[in-house]
Design a protein around this ligand. Structure first.
Ligand code: NAD
Ligand code: DAU
Length: 357
């Protein structure tokens, strides 16, 4: 079958990537969607179970750091658009193992950029109709004071954690490839996502899982840090819009306009989860346990997404209460998924399945 477009989505077996793959496979039957993922601890083919047999979908297990391998995939599939989400994404892990973050987030992105450049430059039409879209984070902007305004696209980069430093570095490489070689790049920087299929090391799924198992809820420091939460499907919709209608060389901020102090968010999670589990009100409040703060813990993130709203007409579709209710319900009705990813069974399964390939 001849497809109208051939799009590579890296990191598509992860949390946000799986929502982007699902949206594109279902919304664009005339596009071929190729998911490239290394299946690290955070990648899980179960996240894509509902699209895996779609005629316009292909999965390739591979590492973005493998430049030759990436180059071959681009050629084999005639890739004309790349949506790059593959990354090491957890701040706490980056504090323990910064090298892994530099390797995947910086060197992996560089390998992908160079492969795209070489492949597209080898075609008669060159960069015409091509797009390299890099998915980044609001953490590159550093931290805000409690009443310190919002991050805009003009906010200077000031990353504090090895994770955000690696993402900032990858953003710089993406811009450099546009400015130096003319590669048609776009970047978006998004705030904290929540929703189904998020690996339960991140605050929201970790705490829902712990409430379900009546385990302590480790709140870092005093729980006063502020994050701006966006439902993951709203992020996926923004990615679709920016990929198709965003301007080359531009940056777009994506955010929920939905700031919560961690401790207030945890109380909402407890109330919602207890209610859905049929527990009496306040049942799990005593699980809150204040623990040593995260090193270099950014106080507040908050995004100004006016540009995206005004230029491309995007806005978040879900109210936070609705999004949290949907999310808690999803984790409680998908306990098998939660148990699978926390037991590590799924990882052993992949190793077996891909042995020798
Ligand atoms: P995730 O950790 O859930 O998924 C990452 C995916 O990348 C996994 O499937 C993993 O197997 C894959 N991967 C890791 N290293 C790879 C490699 N070397 N080669 C190929 N695949 C590899 O991450 P997420 O939360 O879905 O985040 C996706 C992207 O969005 C990241 O770039 C992240 O920085 C960015 N982002 C995340 C958030 C958030 O709140 N989660 C917010 C803004 C931006
Ligand atoms: O802002 C976007 C970023 O959001 C993304 O780029 C990252 O990939 C994503 O992981 C997320 O980073 P955070 O560090 O903000 O997310 P996390 O869920 O790890 O933590 C949210 C807040 O909750 C943060 O202030 C730390 C705190 N926290 C987290 C955990 C895991 C706790 O208090 N206890 C915990 O156990």
């Amino acid at each position: 079958m001849n497809f109208k477009r051939n799009i590579l989505i890296t990191g598509g077996a992860g949390f946000i990537g799986s929502h982007v793959v699902r949206l594109f496979v279902n919304k664009y039957p005339d596009y071929r969607i190729v998911c490239l993922d290394k299946l690290t601890y955070a990648g899980n083919l179960a996240n894509l179970r509902d699209v895996e047999t779609a005629p316009n979908y292909d999965f390739v297990r591979g590492d973005i750091c493998d430049y030759e391998g990436v180059l071959k995939i681009l050629g084999d599939y005639h890739i004309d658009g790349i949506i790059h989400l593959a990354a090491e994404s957890h701040v706490d892990r980056s504090i323990k193992d910064p090298f892994a973050f530099a390797k995947t987030n910086v060197m992996g992105t560089l390998s992908l950029l160079q492969a795209a450049k070489l492949y597209w430059e080898s075609l008669p039409e060159g960069y015409e109709g091509k797009r390299f879209y890099h998915i980044s984070t609001d953490e590159v902007y550093g931290a805000l004071e409690p009443n310190g305004g919002l991050f805009t696209e003009q906010t200077p980069y000031a990353p504090h954690s090895p994770y955000s430093a690696s993402k900032a570095s990858s953003d710089h490489f993406v811009r450099a490839y546009h400015d130096t070689y003319g590669l048609p790049t776009i970047i978006s920087n998004c705030s904290n996502n929540y929703g189904p299929y998020q690996f339960p090391e991140k605050l929201i799924p970790l705490f829902i899982n712990n409430i379900r198992q009546h385990k302590p809820l480790p709140v870092y420091g005093k729980g006063e840090n502020v994050r701006d939460w966006l439902y993951v499907e709203d992020h996926a919709r923004a990615i679709d819009l920016i990929f198709h209608e965003g301007k080359v060389a531009e940056t777009y901020n994506i955010g929920g306009n939905n700031e919560w102090r961690n401790i207030d968010l945890v109380r909402v999670l407890i109330a919602t989860t207890d209610r859905l589990l049929g527990n009496p009100e306040g049942h799990s409040l005593d699980l809150i346990t204040y623990v040593t703060d995260r090193a270099g813990h950014d106080l507040r993130y908050a995004i100004d997404s006016t540009k995206l709203q005004q230029e491309l007409g995007w806005s978040p579709s879900l109210q936070f209460e609705e999004g949290i209710e949907k999310t808690v319900r999803w984790y409680l009705t998908n306990q098998e998924w939660l148990d699978g990813v926390t037991s590590g069974d799924y990882q052993r399964y992949y190793e077996e399945m891909y042995k020798g390939r």
